[in-house]
Design a protein around this ligand. Structure first.
Ligand code: LMR
Length: 407
């Protein structure tokens, strides 16, 4: 009886995007969804993606056959090297299994589904997310029947990391909990751990026999250096952890709608690691087949060609620097404009935070006021996508913030 189905709320982020599109004000500013925009507020096709696209389209052998269940092998192996490093001990020892997924969301889902089915501890395991986190984490884990809690992460006072809160919460969590970690450029706060802080978190995760689950959607956006942005994951792998990784190419290749991503399961070093990884791969293949049969080809072909061709790879690194460099410029400009205006509060966090987002510290009331009075769109938690700012709208935005804060 279909009339028992209750109305669900609209997705906050995609609802915001739709509201922005409906707004006819010429000065409207979109700081909502985490998607890169150029200095004219337009989507940017990375030049290297355009090049790869041309090569693929002109290939007389191109066809539209199914990919294997685990996806394009050249893509998944290049993805392993990108995130783990070419000389990763886990790759040398063949302790990694990888499946191409429907972008990062599909990778988080496949990992959560696998854990819900096979990860057994004395009690039902709980997944821990940072507070705040990407809101989709909650529903993805709930949908596969895993319960979740949060660990403190962001300090409202310093607008930086609440390291003690984070550490203590992981220490107090039931043994064997799943700890979801943002590898770099934390969404939504733009606040990352230092390498020393990662080491301490790794220690407590080990001591409590927790299971680390990394979400990496912004490699190349945090420091502009791919290896550095992969450091936390590489460190955990070196330390011999068993872990999962959900990897997205939406942002760093600008392949948002092509849904290119990868899921990796890394097992611990042991004599039968290869047989373990083979059994895990066989189960993941069944889950993948029953859900999507096999992944979409196009975005993975583009990423694969770039990742596997040294000249294209070098050009990709340039394109990444173009994106992360423009974002850094906007951070500096926004901070100095707010400071020039004497906007009440401190604004150093705008340049201290990194990656695509800034967690401004604006209250929900101020966010709604900015939308109403100035046609500026950002998520209710005060997150702005820095990529939505440009040399044409930054003055307007800074003045709008100044007004909202003073009112
Ligand atoms: C975001 O947080 O803006 C992005 O990750 C887009 C999404 O899918 O939520």
């Amino acid at each position: 009886n279909a009339d028992v189905v209750p109305q669900a709320p609209e997705d906050a982020l995609f609802g915001l995007m739709a509201a922005f599109r409906r707004d006819e004000d010429p000065n409207k500013v979109d700081l909502g969804i985490g998607a890169y925009r150029d200095d004219n507020a337009k989507p940017w096709v990375l030049p290297v993606v355009k090049k790869a696209d041309d090569i693929i389209r002109n290939d007389p052998n191109l066809n539209h056959e199914y990919l294997p269940i685990a996806g394009l092998a050249d893509f998944t192996s290049a993805s392993q090297k990108l995130i783990l490093g070419g000389d990763s001990p886990a790759l040398k020892e063949k302790r990694v299994t990888s499946l191409q997924t429907v972008s990062g969301t599909g990778a988080v889902h496949l990992g959560a589904l696998f854990l819900a089915k096979f990860y057994k501890t004395d009690s039902q395991p709980t997944a821990y997310f940072s507070d705040p986190t990407w809101p989709n984490h909650f529903q993805i884990f709930s949908n596969v029947g895993l319960s979740h809690k949060t660990y403190p992460y962001f300090s409202k006072e310093t607008k930086g990391l609440d390291f003690d809160g984070f550490y203590n919460s992981i220490q107090n969590a039931d043994e064997g909990s799943i700890v979801v970690l943002h590898a770099c450029a934390h969404n939504p706060t733009g606040v990352d751990l230092t390498q020393d802080q990662w080491k301490k978190i790794a220690e407590v995760i080990r001591a409590k026999k927790h299971f680390p689950f990394f979400d990496t959607a912004y490699q190349g956006f945090a420091s502009g250096d791919l290896a550095r942005d992969g450091w936390a994951i590489r460190y955990f792998v070196e330390q011999g952890f068993e872990l999962c990784i959900a990897q997205s190419y939406a942002k760093n290749f600008g392949l948002y709608g092509e849904r290119a991503g990868c899921f990796h399961f890394v097992t611990s070093p042991s004599a039968d690691a290869q047989s373990t990884v083979g059994r895990i791969a066989s189960q993941l293949a069944i889950l993948q087949r029953s859900e999507i049969s096999n992944p979409p080809a196009y975005g993975a072909r583009i990423a694969s060609l770039v990742l596997n061709t040294p000249e294209l790879f070098a050009q990709w690194e340039d394109d990444l620097r173009t994106m992360s460099g423009r974002i850094i410029e906007m951070r500096k400009a926004l901070r100095s404009k707010l400071e020039e205006l004497g906007t009440p509060g401190t604004w150093n966090h705008i340049t201290d935070q990194i990656g695509m987002f800034s967690f401004t510290g604006l209250s929900e009331k101020q966010v709604l006021k900015l939308r109403e009075d100035s046609h500026v769109y950002m998520t209710k938690n005060g997150r702005i996508s820095m990529a939505g700012l440009n040399t044409h709208n930054i003055d307007y935005f800074a003045k709008a913030v100044d007004k909202a804060v003073r009112d």
